[in-house]
Design a protein around this ligand. Sequence first.
Ligand SMILES: NC(=O)c1ccc[n+]([C@@H]2O[C@H](COP(=O)([O-])OP(=O)(O)OC[C@H]3O[C@@H](n4cnc5c(N)ncnc54)[C@H](OP(=O)(O)O)[C@@H]3O)[C@@H](O)[C@H]2O)c1
Length: 266
Amino acid sequence: MGQIYPDRGIAVVTGASTGIGFELARCAAGDGYDLVVAADEPGIHDVADLLGEHGVSIRAVEADLSTPEGIARLIDVIASDGRPVELLMANAGRGLGHGFLDQSFDDIRRVVDTNIMGTLDLVHRIGRQMREQQFGRILFTGSIAGYIPGAFQAVYNGTKAFVDSFAYALREEMTDTNITVTVLMPGPTETEFFERADLMDTEMGQADKDDAGYVARAGYRAMMNGEADIVTGWSNKLQTTMAGFMSPETLARRHRRIAEPGSGLR
Ligand SMILES: NC(=O)c1ccc[n+]([C@@H]2O[C@H](COP(=O)([O-])OP(=O)(O)OC[C@H]3O[C@@H](n4cnc5c(N)ncnc54)[C@H](OP(=O)(O)O)[C@@H]3O)[C@@H](O)[C@H]2O)c1
């Protein structure tokens, strides 16, 4: 792993305050990259202290990346740095448990706007800069959820199906360039995700999960190697393979068993 361009650019990580994004930022800092990190809440300002041991510069942006204004704020900070973005890790995302009709539409919109619209907006802007500068690496945090119609987390799984699919398509469009596109597809990972999505009374919320550092290191490595994708862990690999043999109806029914409110209490 390491530098592949003569003048090293910066690394940008969204959703870097906690979980997988924080660990992705740790990987880039450990590799010597100066960073711009972004998240929605003030906790993002702690990242520079938490990763201070690596001796790189870390600029924090507190912005709601589900909005065009939030993306613009992040872009302004990146531009004011003056150096090219070498690594873009589009990781910010949120889940949302419960039945579709029981969710608030504001929450639904926020999931779609964060996971899809904000991600597209950022990657479109930075992707154009990368095309101009003729180098760059993009990592999307998709999910194995993208393979499964997610009854009782239906909107989230739909957004991850979008992200997974989009990443492969963009990668193909970039084949004649010096820009690589990789999608990290974790399975259930120990982060704040399930609490925030109100999934803690579900079987999924209570199950054993992968370590966020392990997941992020695998994703970072795949990005640096220019690989198309990485599904972390053998049981997640098995799940995605099995998903190819099951009907969408069966997959949705199986998802209900682990994501329906109260399923963790059975
Ligand atoms: N955990 C899992 O099981 C799992 C599995 C597969 C994929 N993923 C994906 O992994 C990514 C990271 O999630 P995680 O598991 O690490 O969960 P997490 O600990 O909840 O982290 C989510 C990060 O995204 C940020 N974020 C959420 N909405 C945002 C918004 N509107 N604007 C700016 N930042 C926002 C959060 O910042 P604030 O705290 O400031 O809001 C936080 O930094 C997500 O894309 C998720 O879909 C997670």
